[in-house]
Write a protein that binds this ligand. Structure first.
Ligand SMILES: [Zn+2]
Length: 231
């Protein structure tokens, strides 16, 4: 905790002056254009990775970056927290893109791979059950994550599965059909500090390096202002 207090004081002394105007503007309201869904893992740091400012990302984080699907009527089949965040951000904020970001060496994926049993943690064990559907894909899809350890392959497949779960929500389906929303699958390789993006045309994740970044930026410019689902 001392690290947090010292960090807070350091922020107030050295960083806050350059953010005062930003926070003064944000006090009137937020207008993020991206819903970012990632694992709670401490090594995944969305704002740092994409150099965003306060107010840029509406963020949902949970163990395993899971989005339990909706059933009839758009009601979540699990905890309502993720579903509420989806409905709020897509319904009341100017969100144009949803990113689901998994990561390497994910403890949740390792646990699911090991059978999903977590002694003494009934809530965690139940929650990880939502990732078991991704486990089936591990045997069916050998292209995604080819060459990676099974837990990392599962993590990439799990990202794609959550994108499908997102599409079970009426508000996501409607926005995709209207061409006002894009879904993106990302994966963070912690050791290399490299973010990968899923390329539907290649059927696998590729690093967002200078070349891929330029390609993505060109594709986004070409399709504006009419957004289109890229996943
Ligand atoms: Zn994780």
């Amino acid at each position: 905790m001392k690290k947090l207090i010292r960090g807070l004081l350091d922020f107030q002394r050295h960083t806050l002056p350059s953010y005062r105007a930003t926070f003064a503007r944000l006090a009137k309201g937020q207008s993020p254009d991206c819903l970012f869904i990632s694992c709670s893992d401490s090594r995944v740091v969305p704002n740092l990775l994409v150099s965003t400012d306060p107010g840029d990302l509406f963020t949902v984080r949970n163990v395993g970056n899971l989005v339990p699907p909706a059933a009839q009527g758009g009601h979540s089949t699990a905890d309502r927290s993720e579903a509420a965040a989806i409905e709020f951000s897509l319904g009341f904020l100017p969100i144009e893109d949803v990113v689901v970001c998994g990561h390497s060496s994910c403890g949740a994926m390792k646990a699911i791979l090991a059978g999903g049993a977590v002694d003494g943690s009934p809530n965690l064990e139940h929650w990880l059950g939502h990732g078991k559907v991704s486990l089936k894909k591990l045997r069916e899809n050998t292209r995604v994550g080819e060459g990676l350890p099974d837990a990392d392959r599962l993590s990439q497949l799990n990202v794609l599965e959550q994108l499908e779960h997102l599409k079970t929500y009426p508000i996501v389906r409607d926005r995709l059909a209207a061409g006002t929303l894009r879904l993106h699958g990302w994966w963070f390789d912690i050791g290399a500090a490299q973010v990968h993006a899923y390329r539907a045309d290649l059927g696998r994740f590729v690093p967002i390096d200078e070349t891929e970044g330029d390609r993505l930026l060109t594709a986004l410019s070409d399709e504006q202002p009419s957004l289109r689902a890229v996943q």
